[in-house]
Design a protein around this ligand. Structure first.
Ligand code: ADP
Ligand code: MG
Length: 244
């Protein structure tokens, strides 16, 4: 579904130092690692919020960028529509109701007919347990509710791959459960996902693969049992003792 080869990205300093990673259909890939290790930048490069400096990204068989050379803007737009992203800080439009937040992109980008859009909004709001809040504004929602709306909004575009960037990090502890439960449901429905998370219990239980990033590289990769139960690198072990 996603092939990343030797992806590099610098701002002032190099923050991705050659990331190589394959994500397969149905994978739930948990990405863990300390703050500043490049996790968000990696996700942002996949949906063209950042441009890589070099390397290759292939989405469902089609290149987004090959050896540092990007495909046309039209191709890029097509490819990033295959992915939905959920951010730490929800990024809902405050001046739109919950339902309008869901309906905006399908209207503007996909130009779907209003009836289909309305039905999909009902379907996805009910899926995340937010149908009763369809007509309120985001400000009146709890953080957990906002994040569930953000997930429903991403699903409206019918993505093949969902990217989550620390979806529960901005939430009070008592609200993380409802969001993790929603993500777990998607995993059970075989959605392909990359989840950057500090929730080690969740990663261990829901992910089928875990990647540990450190200083812009993937230091370790394996099943949850391998990475959590028997880490190969000292650095991984050290990280896990600080977060577990
Ligand atoms: P993580 O998500 O693992 O915490 P990030 O990908 O956000 O890490 O950041 C990796 C490094 O890149 C950090 O040192 C961060 O300060 C830097 N960085 C991220 N985005 C930018 C940017 N737009 N401009 C400059 N530096 C950035
Ligand atoms: Mg981050």
């Amino acid at each position: 579904m996603v092939q990343i080869k030797d992806m590099k990205k610098s701002f002032d300093v190099e923050v991705l130092k050659g990331i190589t990673l394959d994500v397969h259909q149905g994978d739930v890939l948990a990405v863990i690692g300390s703050s500043g290790s490049g996790k968000s930048t990696m996700l942002r490069c996949l949906i063209d919020l950042e441009k890589v400096d070099s390397g290759t990204v292939i989405i469902e068989g089609d290149p987004l960028v090959q050896d540092g050379v990007y495909v046309s803007q039209g191709e890029i737009q097509k490819l990033i529509l295959k992915m939905g992203m959920v951010f730490q800080h929800f990024n809902l439009f405050p001046h739109l109701t919950v339902r309008q937040n869901l309906e905006l992109a399908p209207k503007l980008v996909k130009q779907q007919d209003p009836k289909t859009i309305r039905e999909n909004a009902q379907k996805y709001l009910s899926k995340v347990g937010m149908l009763s809040k369809a007509d309120v504004f985001p400000a009146s929602l709890s953080g957990g509710q906002k994040q569930r709306v953000a997930i429903a909004r991403a699903l409206m575009m019918n993505p093949d791959i969902m990217l989550f960037d620390e979806p529960t990090s901005a939430l009070d502890p008592e609200l993380t459960g409802e969001v993790l439960e929603t993500i777990r449901q998607l995993a059970e429905e075989n959605m392909t996902m990359i989840v950057v998370t500090h929730e080690m219990g969740f990663a261990r239980e829901v992910a089928n693969r875990v990647v540990f990033m450190d200083g812009g590289v993937i230091l370790e990769e394996g099943t949850p049992d391998e990475v959590f139960g028997n880490p190969k690198c000292d650095r991984t072990r050290e990280f896990l003792t600080t977060v577990l």
